[in-house]
Design a protein around this ligand. Sequence first.
Ligand code: ZN
Length: 370
Amino acid sequence: MKKIKLFLLLPLLILSFAFIQGKVFENPEKLVNNHEEHYYSMEDFATVRKFDIHIHLNTEEEFFMEQAQEDNFRFLDIIDDRPFGVPMKKQQKIANGHLKHFSKNMALATTFSVKDWGKANWAKNTLKNLEKSLSEGAVAVKIWKNIGMDLRDENGDFVMVDDEQLDPILDYLIENNIPLLGHNGEPRDCWLPLEEMTFSQGYYGAHPEYHMYLHPEYPSYQDQIDARDNMLEKHPELTFMGAHLGSLEWSLDELAKRLDKFPNMYVDLTRLSNLQFHTFNDRQKTRAFFIKYQDRLIYGTDSQINPTKDPEAFKKSIHDRWISEWKFYVTDEEIRLANFGTLSGLKLPTEVVDKIYSKNALRLLGLQNW
Ligand SMILES: [Zn+2]
């Protein structure tokens, strides 16, 4: 008799557990105003105005601009202080050239160098350079992972992003209402052994020099996250966008904690495979996350636009990527996640799609009247 009862109860228990899981991110206000939801289709891709917040223009060629116009995308070109590829000054020059012709299509995030870090005039000179870039049209400032993972002070210690020497820069951004975009740290995979990684085995397998699990003398994953959180705690008025899901791509719960704690924090959605992995594991919870934080999430691809001999093929690859990601957000069609299996798209309501695909980016960048 007891066995039968348990057998009957089990499906109920599973159902109620699934219900609680799905409720984790539900916003009570949204439940009250639960009006009828509307959805976009694949056909709407061409007509909905969209924004890609994470693009790197590494060429003076204009094929990307053509494709963005064809697909109804505007975008943010982001300049980085990278030690490889196109140097910072060249990126700036490319961007200024494009801005002249495509000021209705693109916005620009500038950055600053840490070459003279520790010298007496570093902050003063950096502010002067930033002022110049902003007067030439930049609307945001990027801070890159070289702070936290490469730059060292005169004692040989790593400089972290909450270092007080950055305070005058951050205060300037706050006073002038300029958002800071932060790529701080790396995906958590970077600090795990290869066999425990979710997605990055190929990359870190091929680049052991960047695989932090092999370099315990470097700051830990938690050190990076703590420094970023501490910087935001010290500067609560700073408008901040964490690139790559704020380097918390592996856990929606951890990301939600930061979005709750820092009301001026946004994140870009450039770790799509992690978002699809969360959906694969628990679609209801992932969808609830998007609905709860619909004002804080911003679509982006982190596309590197390099010179090419075949611009048509490059354009097609960009178009195909934008289309396939649109499918994930607006439909519940089947999507294959390599090495895991299939999942259904999130089919978010139109008002949520409009926010993550455009409104939030324009608000972050102060371009509402664009
Ligand atoms: Zn990037």
